[in-house]
Design a protein around this ligand. Structure first.
Ligand code: ADP
Length: 470
């Protein structure tokens, strides 16, 4: 298969050369035609002035034709012959010299087969042996009154100069054409190479990444054309692949890490059981650790289903007021009087959503808020639709807060602010990741604001339900 570069070069040169050929042919034929027309016009002029001077005199019933002095009329380069209607030469200009043939025998023969009315003047190119090519104008001589043909006038000019001019022109065009071909193919090749250089670069980068497993390799292309965009798309794709790949690696590492502690605890307690020195506490530990693992695994499953879109969402118009009232009741039970849990729903808060999933989101947020708020603190759920387009639900607490450097990461999987604290409370750092995934599946977004020692607010924004738009 020919390379794109060669093909581009060939096409480029072929189109240029074809264009030039058409242009050259146009110039050549226009010039030839113009030159011939000029010759024809001057021949016609000479013929007319000669014919005007031909005199027909009746001499005692017999017709006598008087020819003028040809050399008076013609330009020095015009040859003149007068013939009778049989084709015999009756007069000629001096420059014809010893030449004793008709200037254009073919046309005389042709015209003599026609009737007198069909006789029309004709131009013809003639080549006599050993002489330059001639343009010959054959003019039938007819008696005005009777229409009777009495002879022919042949006026001729040499085409030698014209032929020379035409040859010169052709040669010039050919030389320029060859130059055009050479320059266009060299320029085409250079342009194609320049345009395609980034492609080679991309190919090399791809091969290098494949061979060395170096995901940090990027293509250096800074143009803003199609190839530049291909290169930046390639780089972006690599960025995303790298991120996904690293996330995958981290995920596997996190899962193994999370599983290790409960498995170690279970293992240790089972050993105690074997030795017969286990008590009720060991059994409780086994139960709670395996419950924790079960919870974690089902959360992971939930997340991966949400990622792949396999988690069904039953979206329907949903009034948030009763749902929030429900959450507040659960909050009271979770807080066990330690923390105050309240809600304020202002105006209508209706969205298009899946009530079970949203409940899960809000319970997660309220659970987190209660866990991270010291005794006597407050947790408040607010819902309002400030602009009619969105419904904003916030879960605010007066708790310990989240350090600024952790704020950007709390929605990541397995991310915990204080590892020992969270693990003691049974969290694996998946709760907020699930909340984010569910909220996004509703077309919404979740944000967090926090001040250390003062409290935290999680803000969920969901598109409002607007039936008149459906
Ligand atoms: P977990 O299930 O371990 O609680 P989450 O994803 O729900 O994990 O939360 C991630 C981290 O964010 C937790 O480690 C926790 O310390 C922190 N966090 C979440 N909510 C709050 C809050 N309201 N106040 C302070 N820290 C919080």
């Amino acid at each position: 298969m020919m390379s794109i570069r060669t093909r581009l070069t060939i096409w480029y040169s072929a189109i240029l050369v074809l264009g030039f050929l058409l242009f050259g042919a146009g110039v050549y034929f226009t010039v030839s035609l113009t030159l011939i027309r000029q010759v024809d016009a001057s021949l016609d002029q000479s013929a007319s002035s000669i014919v005007d001077q031909i005199k027909i005199i009746m001499n005692g019933g017999e017709r006598v034709i008087r020819l003028p002095q040809f050399d008076v009329f013609r330009a020095s380069s015009v040859y003149v012959e007068a013939l009778d209607n049989k084709g015999n030469i009756r007069g000629k200009s001096t420059n014809v010299g010893d030449f004793n043939e008709q200037l254009d025998p073919a046309k005389i023969t042709e015209l003599s087969t026609k009737s007198a009315v069909e006789q029309k003047p004709v131009y013809n190119n003639v080549q006599h042996l050993g002489a330059p090519p001639l343009r010959v104008y054959t003019y039938p001589l007819v008696v005005n009154d009777t229409g009777e043909l009495f002879g022919y006038l042949q006026v001729a000019a040499s085409l030698e100069d014209i032929e020379l001019t035409k040859h010169g022109l052709l040669l010039t065009l050919l030389v320029i054409g060859a130059l055009v071909l050479m320059i266009s193919s060299a320029a085409g090749a250079a342009m194609a190479r320049r345009a395609l250089r980034p492609m080679t670069e991309i190919t090399n980068a791809a091969l290098e990444i494949y061979r060395t497993d170096d995901l940090d390799r990027r293509v250096d292309v800074f143009t803003n054309d199609e190839v530049g965009r291909l290169a930046s798309a390639f780089n972006e794709m690599l960025d995303r692949l790298t991120r996904l790949f690293r996330a995958q690696q981290r995920f596997v590492a996190d899962v193994s890490h999370e599983m290790r502690t409960p498995l170690t605890v279970i293992r240790g307690n089972v050993d105690l059981l074997r030795m017969g020195c286990a008590d009720e506490e060991s059994l409780d530990a086994i139960t709670s650790e395996s419950e924790r693992m079960t919870r974690m695994v089902s959360n992971m499953l939930l997340l991966s289903q949400a990622d792949s879109g396999a988690l069904p969402m039953h979206l329907q118009p949903l009034d948030l007021a009763p749902l929030i009232a429900n959450i507040v009741r659960s909050g009271h039970i979770m807080a066990d009087g330690r923390v105050e849990v309240n809600s304020v729903v202002s105006g209508e808060a209706i969205i298009q959503g899946d009530s079970d999933r949203l409940k899960q989101v809000l319970l997660n947020l309220v659970d987190n808020a209660i866990k991270h708020t010291p005794d006597g603190g407050k947790v408040i759920i607010n819902a309002a639709s400030p602009d009619g387009h969105n419904v904003v639900i916030s879960v605010t607490d007066t708790g310990i807060g989240i350090p600024p450097q952790d704020l950007a990461h709390v929605f990541e999987r397995f991310y915990r602010v204080d590892k020992s604290r969270s693990r003691a409370q049974g969290g694996a750092g998946l709760g907020l990741a699930i909340a984010k995934s569910f909220v996004e599946a509703h077309g919404g977004q979740i944000d967090v604001q926090s001040t250390m020692g003062e409290g935290t607010a999680f803000i969920v924004t969901l598109p409002a339900y607007r039936p008149y738009l459906v």
